[in-house]
Design a binder for this molecule. Structure first.
Ligand SMILES: CC(=O)SCCNC(=O)CCNC(=O)[C@H](O)C(C)(C)COP(=O)(O)OP(=O)(O)OC[C@H]1O[C@@H](n2cnc3c(N)ncnc32)[C@H](O)[C@@H]1OP(=O)(O)O
Length: 164
C-alpha cells in the first residue's frame, strides 16, 4: 500500500480531472476517513494512529492495495472522492493460487453517478489479474447486484458471516 514499497504495482490512472492512485499517508488530511464513514463506522484516527495503521498495511506490499480517486481541484479536506481495496489471498489450492478480495468500495455522496465507482473497481480487478489471481470476489447487498454486474461480476454462492 505504501508509496515506498519496492514491489508496489503501478496503479495510477487519470481521466484528466480525477486521478486514481494508491493511498498515501497524506490522504488522512484529504478526507479519506470521512469518506470511509459513508460506508461503515469509521471513527477518526489521530495522525499517529493513522500512520501506524498505514505502516501495518504497507507491510503487506502488493497483497493489500488501497486505491483512491482524488480531485486535485477540490477543497483540501475533501479531495478523496472514492476508494476501494484489493486484498490478495495466497492459497495452497490451485498450485499456490491467489484470490483477490474487493473490499471497502465507496464514492462520496456528492460524486456518485459519475463513473468513479466503476473506474476504481475495474482498476482493482485489473490489478488482481496482473497479480496472477485466478478470480476476484466480493460481498455486497442485493441492491448492489446491478452495479457490480456493470463492473463485470457475476453472482456466485451465498455470503455467510459471524460478527463479534
Ligand atoms: C465490496 C463493497 O465494498 S460493497 C459496498 C459498496 N459501497 C456502498 O454501498 C457505499 C455507498 N454507495 C456508493 O458509494 C456508490 O453508490 C457505489 C460505490 C455503490 C457506486 O458508485 P458510483 O460512482 O455512484 O457508480 P458509477 O457512477 O460508477 O456507476 C456505474 C454503473 O453502475 C450503476 N449503478 C451505480 N450504483 C448503482 C446501484 N446502487 N444500483 C444499480 N446500479 C447502480 C450506474 O447506473 C452505472 O451504470 P451505467 O454505466 O449504465 O450508467
Amino acid at each position: 500500500m505504501a508509496s515506498t514499497s519496492p514491489e508496489r504495482v503501478a496503479a495510477a490512472e487519470t481521466d484528466g480531472s480525477v486521478l486514481i492512485r494508491r493511498l498515501e499517508i497524506a490522504d488522512r488530511e484529504r478526507g479519506f476517513l470521512p469518506l470511509l464513514s459513508q460506508l461503515s463506522s469509521c471513527p477518526d484516527l489521530t495522525a499517529s494512529e493513522f500512520a501506524a495503521c498505514f505502516a501495518d498495511l504497507a507491510a503487506l506490499g502488493d497483497d493489500h492495495v488501497i486505491l483512491v480517486a482524488e480531485d486535485p481541484a477540490a477543497a483540501p479536506g475533501r479531495r478523496i472522492l472514492s476508494t476501494g481495496c484489493l486484498f490478495v489471498e495466497r492459497k495452497f489450492l490451485r498450485g499456490g493460487g491467489k484470490v483477490g478480495h474487493v473490499e471497502d468500495v465507496v464514492v462520496d455522496a456528492a460524486a456518485r453517478g459519475r463513473g468513479l465507482g466503476l473506474r476504481v473497481v475495474r482498476r482493482l480487478v485489473e490489478i488482481a489479474k496482473e497479480a496472477g489471481c485466478y478470480k476476484v470476489i466480493l460481498d455486497c447487498t442485493p441492491e448492489l447486484r446491478a452495479y457490480y454486474a456493470k463492473c463485470g461480476f457475476v453472482e456466485k454462492g451465498v455470503q455467510m458471516a459471524v460478527y463479534f
